[in-house]
Ligand binder design. Sequence first.
Ligand SMILES: Cc1cc2nc3c(=O)[nH]c(=O)nc-3n(C[C@H](O)[C@H](O)[C@H](O)COP(=O)(O)O)c2cc1C
Length: 350
Amino acid sequence: MRVLGINGSPRVGGNTDILLDRVLEGARSNGADIEKVALNKMKFSACQECDNMPDTSACIINDDMQVIYKKIKECDALVFASPIFFGSLSAQSKAMIDRFQCVWRARYILRKDAGYKKIPGFFISVEGSMRKDFFENAKSIVKNLFTTINAQYKGELFCSGIDERASILKRQDCLQKAFDLGAKLIKKGKGKYMGNIFSAGEIVEMGIEIEKNGRDFYNAVTALSNTPAIKEVFKYLAGEEEKHIKVFENILSEIKKYEPSEAYPGEYFAYLKALSEEHVFTKKRKGLDIAKKVKNDKEAIELGIGFEKDSILFYYEMKKVVLEGEHKAIGALIEQEQEHLRKLSELKRR
Ligand SMILES: Cc1cc2nc3c(=O)[nH]c(=O)nc-3n(C[C@H](O)[C@H](O)[C@H](O)COP(=O)(O)O)c2cc1C
């Protein structure tokens, strides 16, 4: 597996360069072939908005960008690195990105395959200040590039408060995270991309879907039941699931703020995928669909029991992938789902 690192900083041996090296070292430690290019050492012009563009994905300017196009097409993972300059990417980075207009045109105007295979893409960046919005700004541009070249934005590392040349060497936390990010790219010993990654955010989003479906299901079966005691429990459960939606939304916003760049191995992904596929409530608007087919209270209770069991199992896995600060909230949520299960099986026994 080939991992390509692109350094958009003019400073060779500077902070971005050092951080990128650390990511690449991590990847190499697990068997990747690594390569790094420094944009500042390459000779290429900014995009000229040529009127005579060919109807292909190729750029007609014959300069070092041709080398970059080829290297990106051939790599299996891309790590793009740029310092923050004036709240955005460096000029070198932006000049390179603009030169992908030919690829953008091929994909979105000509609707042609531009010859870029699907790869994971990572973005790393440093800044002198402590401003999160600068990284967000730079990230939106990098995401734009990644979409154009068929790279999936799979992770990032942002380090703030780093200004002097090579001062990142004093930041062991950043260096370690960079190494880990690189190492996690590769399946140890096999030199293969771990692929098929669920981000922690995606898993929490599934949790939100589960809870929304649960709420809809319990609301619908509350209306269907004629037994006050059963109605009361269903209504209570619908309210509980509503609260859980809020808990997950908070967790999701924290994840988005801190963006853990965790990656999970293929087998673990397969397990999570199976869990999510088996849990009917991960699919949109499933709660109401299922409730519509319910014939009686007994059936509604049975379905609720199955739903609570699946949720508990899924949330146990979720706990492993979210930030440590969120473990308590998910732990509490699991306990509440266990309580729901208890209430439902009590109803079943009546
Ligand atoms: C032209 C220029 C513009 C910069 N603009 C910003 C900025 O807007 N915000 C910020 O936090 N740091 C800014 N910095 C500081 C750099 O992001 C910081 O020094 C970084 O560590 C440089 O990384 P490097 O050593 O890889 O080049 C700027 C530096 C330069 C040279």
